[in-house]
Design a protein around this ligand. Structure first.
Ligand SMILES: C[S@@+](CC[C@H](N)C(=O)[O-])C[C@H]1O[C@@H](n2cnc3c(N)ncnc32)[C@H](O)[C@@H]1O
Length: 252
């Protein structure tokens, strides 16, 4: 039986990787690195570095492939995602068929943790449902960017007994300010927090968390919103890509 490992590798700091993940890295015969084509190779380089740093033998292969790009011209956001996932399922099926031999182990290095805004698990289920390939698979959890954000700002995500919501920039833009208590926002390309500058919300923002380029800004949203947007745009222009996450919190 073939086996696939989905290994959470943390959100940027090469030491934020678990012992279980290191052991899993050492089990795999082949790793699949998906090149998204817009990250200026930084994230691919980090994945390769993780392999070199933690794998104690040289008997493994790395297969780098171009990840299909999600197209923005579909009828709806959901339809665009569905088409994109189908394309990825075809690619994953081919990789598993061609690159993982019977009895071998294939590894996907998943940014952060595979359970949070990551489609690898869903796509492996799709590959199994297509029926051409059969394999066992296991998930090895990783440190998420949400945990990295809280650690770097030295804050708990919630105060005593309060709930936490994790959402996307797209969804935040449709939210009402009065519904925000502790909201972590990911995948926000358009600074959706700027809609709420007439509130008394606080923001804890972090970009490139855990990496040498990390930027942290925190304060009253109305005071720091422009500063964050400026820092975000300057960094994005300089590096060619950005990943940022933030917590919005209502003061007591
Ligand atoms: C596709 S999701 C992947 C999330 C990942 N599975 C996790 O556990 O953090 C990508 C989003 O995660 C956040 N993110 C991932 N790595 C980050 C980092 N190093 N610094 C800041 N945000 C990060 C950003 O909001 C980015 O848009």
């Amino acid at each position: 039986m073939k086996k696939i490992l989905l290994i959470g590798i943390g959100a940027g700091h090469p030491e934020q990787i678990t012992v279980q993940a290191v052991n899993a890295l050492n089990q795999a015969d082949v790793f699949f690195l998906l090149d998204k084509g817009y990250e200026n190779d930084d994230l691919l380089r980090l994945r390769t570095e993780i392999c070199e740093r933690y794998i104690t033998h040289e008997d493994y292969r790395i297969v780098q492939v171009q990840d299909p790009q999600r197209r923005g011209d579909s009828q709806s956001y959901e339809a665009g995602i569905e088409t994109w996932h189908e394309q990825r399922a075809v690619l994953f099926e081919r990789l598993i068929a061609d690159e993982v031999g019977e009895g071998e182990v294939g590894g996907f290095l998943v940014w952060g943790d595979p359970s949070l805004y990551d489609s690898t698990l869903r796509i492996l289920d799709q590959v199994l449902a297509r029926g051409a390939e059969s394999f066992d698979y296991q998930v090895i959890p990783g440190i998420t960017s949400v945990q990295a954000l809280a650690a770097q700002h030295r804050i708990p995500l919630n105060r005593i007994g309060e709930p936490i919501q994790i959402t996307t920039g797209r969804r935040l833009a449709q939210s009402r300010a009065e519904d925000i208590e502790n909201v972590v926002v990911m995948l926000d390309a358009h600074c959706a927090f700027d809609t709420f500058t007439d509130t008394d919300l606080y923001i804890y923002w972090g970009a490139y968390l855990g990496t040498a380029d990390e930027i942290l800004i925190a304060g009253k949203l109305k005071d720091v919103s422009a500063q964050i947007q400026h820092a975000r745009e300057a960094a994005r222009r300089e590096k060619g890509w950005i990943m940022d996450t933030y917590l919005l919190r209502r003061p007591r």
